[in-house]
Design a protein around this ligand. Structure first.
Ligand code: SDX
Length: 441
């Protein structure tokens, strides 16, 4: 192969430029030119220089990252090099969270210390309950989570010292530990139930189930199959390179805001129905379809562009989302305990038809992580409003890892994209009288 450069000729001037090409770990992991190298391409000395135009960053690398690698063509997802299939099979969410945040799998003693720290930071300030009590009874739990995690920034003002690694680590532990508590308390508020406090004898997901579903029993005993299923689902949702909400986390963090405020913004981005809110919309879609025989009519509405097939499609995965395949295996284990969710039949028929219909095949639309996760969550007893919350809890590890990587990256500065201005040229102010006469139109 030739030199690792790009030679471009600006036909406006006839000048040629040689621009270096850089790579990720391997050329197949990403080859890029620096957009800044385009600035030298000018038509005159007072020309600003060429920019790259990429609405919604469809083909723009915003950073160099060592955390997660996705190969959309091959359906590959790896955290710090470890395949998601092996982590889902052999790891736990907290061990995976340690890997994502520290870069290496922990030793036994490192994992024990990590788990001890998180277990002993699950309590939240009692004043947070006053915030939750201020929400309407039917407030969406995701709105409550976004509000309360942002409010945490006022309880830990030292978190603003983002350049101190020890201060950052303390906030990482607090957020990993308290997101389940905030989520569970939001759920209990929306159900009019008293708050169930953390139980340090339980695992990360066992304790979440305890805080969500404990009633009059003295000690909640999570179903081990459901506890493990939730842990695997959390592993699958832990990070996903530069998705919309991670981009928000990095963008807000780049102004050196504290991590609680940045994470509230990331959770707000995740809430959108095109992103982490899709799992909730999938269930609403399946309920709207109502029965297997009505699937073809819905597919026709999708093909007319009237509705989206929620839980299908992905900006990166163009063959299949490896997480969706693992989730289908988890579904079987959950349904052994809960009974099969009747909506599964509709989902399987949607998938069967879509995977053979040229509309979806030509657009390379396949089930993504959100297509089956909601069916499992519903079978486990979660209301649909909790689904995006169950996405935000595990993604906290990814958001925080990406945030720290951004802060330590010497190439990163405050995020401030440029634009191509297409508005009116300079024009003079028009007095009201002239406007009234319609002269300003
Ligand atoms: C997540 O980025 C990540 O990594 C996200 C995530 C993570 O872990 O962080 O993986 C989690 O957010 C998964 C995605 C969940 N969202 C949904 O399931 C919502 C439904 N999906 C679509 O909204 C869409 O597929 C996106 C948002 C996921 C991807 O959008 P893109 O890459 O911008 O694709 P596009 O909108 O350019 O679509 C290309 C074509 C269009 O048709 P044409 O204009 O070419 O005719 O495909 C069509 C779209 O209309 N299309 C769909 C569709 N998704 C895309 N048509 C019907 N149903 C869909 N779901």
């Amino acid at each position: 192969m030739g030199k690792d450069t790009l030679t471009v000729t600006d036909n406006r001037t006839g000048k040629s430029y040689e621009i270096p090409i850089s790579y990720g770990t391997y050329p197949t992991y990403g080859a890029a030119i620096k957009a800044a190298d385009l600035k030298q391409i000018k038509v005159s000395d007072d020309d600003f220089g060429l920019m790259s135009y990429d609405p919604s960053f469809g083909n723009t690398a915003s950073c160099r990252s060592t955390i997660t690698h996705i190969d959309g063509e091959r359906g590959i997802l790896r955290y710090r090099g470890y395949p998601i299939e092996q982590l889902a099979e052999q790891s736990t969410y907290l061990e995976t969270g340690y890997l994502i945040l520290h870069g290496e799998l922990p030793t036994r003693s490192q994992l024990d210390a990590w788990m001890w720290e998180i277990t002993h930071h699950t309590m939240i300030h009692e004043s947070i309950k006053k915030f939750l009590d201020g929400f309407h009874y039917d407030a969406h739990p995701m709105g409550m989570l976004i509000g309360t995690v942002g409010a945490l920034s006022t309880f830990y003002p030292e978190a603003k010292d983002i350049h101190d690694p020890a201060v950052r680590r303390k906030q990482v532990i607090r957020l990993m530990a308290k997101m389940p508590t905030l989520a569970a308390f939001a759920y209990r508020h929306s159900r009019g139930l008293p708050y169930a406090y953390p139980d340090n004898d339980l695992s990360y997901t066992g304790n979440l189930l305890n805080m969500l579903f404990k009633t009059t029993e003295l000690k909640y005993a999570p179903n081990p199959v459901l506890e493990r299923a939730l842990d695997v689902l959390f592993i699958l949702h832990a990070d996903h390179e530069q998705n919309c909400s991670t981009n928000a986390m990095r963008g807000i963090g780049s102004s050196h805001a504290d991590p609680y405020s940045a994470l509230a913004g990331a959770a707000a981005a995740l809430y959108g129905p095109l992103h982490g809110g899709a799992n909730e919309q999938v269930l609403r879609m399946l309920n709207e379809i109502g029965s297997k025989d009505r699937v073809p009519a819905y597919i026709e509405r999708v093909k007319k562009g009237e509705v989206l097939l929620m839980g299908f499609g992905h900006r990166v995965y163009k063959n299949y989302d490896p997480r969706a395949q693992i989730i289908k295996q988890v579904a079987d284990e959950v349904f052994e305990v809960t009974g099969v969710n009747p909506l599964l039949e509709i989902a399987l028929e949607l998938e069967r038809i879509a995977l053979q219909d040229d509309y979806f095949v030509s657009r390379r639309l396949y089930p993504n992580v959100d297509f089956y996760s909601g069916i499992i969550y519903q079978a486990m007893g979660f209301p649909v409003e909790m689904f995006p919350v169950l996405f935000a809890i595990p993604r906290t590890s990814g958001w925080l890892a990406q945030w720290e990587e951004m802060l330590e990256d010497k190439e990163q500065r405050i995020s401030r994209p440029r634009q191509v201005y297409a508005g009116p040229d300079r024009r003079d102010y028009v007095p009201m009288a002239a406007r009234e006469a319609g002269k300003a139109a």
